[in-house]
Design a protein around this ligand. Structure first.
Ligand code: EPU
Length: 336
């Protein structure tokens, strides 16, 4: 079923809670709706969104915004200790992860609490606490808006990388309809990130639900709750620098420089760089660098404008560039 609304306010369709309008909003409940939607769009501009959890509407969107309400989930066995879960693109990832955890199914529990829909988990290759969605994705089904055909991508075709996939680069081509995850019915915990292992109480029986609870507790200690404070999660990516640059940072810093090895290079937490620049709590109008995790810019007043968020972003970029010679890259998609 297709629902069409004209001159639609996107405030509830972006987790920054910014007021922005689009010419037309189209929701659809089935992959079979997409040929008709393609005909409706014709040569007009469009974009497909999920929950809008990683978007910054810098302005009104002069075009059509599509949102999937494909909500069915189909689970089939895959050998003796695995399951394949084919999940509609419009399903809330966290609701699906909660359902897996309650049925003792392993695989996605480290991604608990991340806002967003299943479709976006593939686009963005969302990740947290040592797991990326792409690690679990075996197939992505999509509708190719350019040629008007249904297509399937195997894991390797998706070209998953840090917060990246082929779908980010072919944004106006593929509308994702289903994502299939390979999950495990036997224990498969991933506990090596940060304090995750430590934060599980010693006497707890290890289960997907126990890991989910630990992850949710760690997240709520640092990250703003999207239903209460508008944000789009991490605003910047963690930069990767060469060994020479890392050595320079070490010489420049009085404290240890946190890092993760990535091949020959070093990934530096952007949160640390921003923190070292003294920018926690930096604000312009209603937009602010979140004190507890400065990688996040929030709509603190609930009335922040896109211009205020962009001004905070520009200040952070400038300060980190001037202090460390590092050009941060935004993780959030800017929509003009
Ligand atoms: N740090 C500071 N000051 C702070 C906070 C953090 O210096 O106030 C430094 C600390 O050294 C800390 C390090 O930053 O050890 C890393 O912090 P954290 O573990 O919170 O992770 P992150 O690298 O900042 C990434 C993801 C998050 C994800 C966490 C946990 C990116 C861009 N962000 O953040 O993802 O939840 O790891 O896995 O990779 C998101 O994408 O929206 C998101 C929240």
């Amino acid at each position: 079923m297709i629902t069409r609304l004209q001159d639609y306010n996107l405030r509830t369709a972006n987790t920054f809670r910014l007021d922005a309008r689009c010419d037309e909003w189209i929701e659809y409940t089935s992959a079979e709706d997409l040929p008709a939607i393609r005909a409706i769009i014709g040569d007009r501009r469009y974009m497909n969104i999920g929950q809008g959890a990683n978007l910054l509407f810098a302005d009104d969107f002069r075009g059509i915004v599509l949102q999937s309400k494909i909500l069915d989930v189909e689970i089939t066995p895959d050998g003796s200790d695995a399951l394949l879960a084919r999940v509609g693109a419009g399903v809330s990832m966290d609701a699906f992860i909660a359902q897996c955890a309650s049925q003792s199914v392993w695989g996605l529990e480290n991604l608990s609490g991340i806002p967003g829909h299943a479709g976006a988990s593939a686009v963005q290759n969302v990740g947290a606490y040592g797991v990326e969605a792409g690690d679990r994705i075996v197939c992505v089904e999509a509708y190719d808006m350019t040629i008007g055909e249904y297509v399937e991508f195997g894991h390797d075709d998706c070209r998953f990388a840090y917060r990246d996939s082929i779908f980010k680069h072919e944004r106006n081509r593929y509308v994702i309809t289903y994502v299939t995850y390979r999950l495990s019915t036997v224990p498969a915990p991933v506990l090596d990130y940060g304090h995750l292992r430590k934060s599980l109480s010693e006497d707890c029986i290890l289960s997907p639900m126990a890991v989910r609870d630990a992850v949710l507790a760690m997240r709520s200690a640092k990250l703003p709750e999207v239903d209460e404070i508008g944000s789009a999660g991490s605003f910047f990516k963690n930069p990767v620098v060469s060994e020479a640059k890392f050595a320079e940072l070490r010489r420049q810093s009085d404290t240890d420089v946190p890092h993760y090895r990535v091949g020959e290079d070093y990934k530096i937490p952007a949160a640390w760089l921003i923190d070292q620049c003294g920018l926690k709590g930096y604000s312009i109008g209603g937009a602010k660098v979140w004190e507890l995790q400065p990688l996040i810019i929030v709509n603190a007043s609930g009335r922040a404008t896109a211009a205020e968020i962009l001004a905070v972003e520009a200040h952070v970029l400038r300060q980190v560039r001037d202090t460390y010679g590092i050009e941060l890259q935004p993780e959030v998609d800017h929509i003009y």
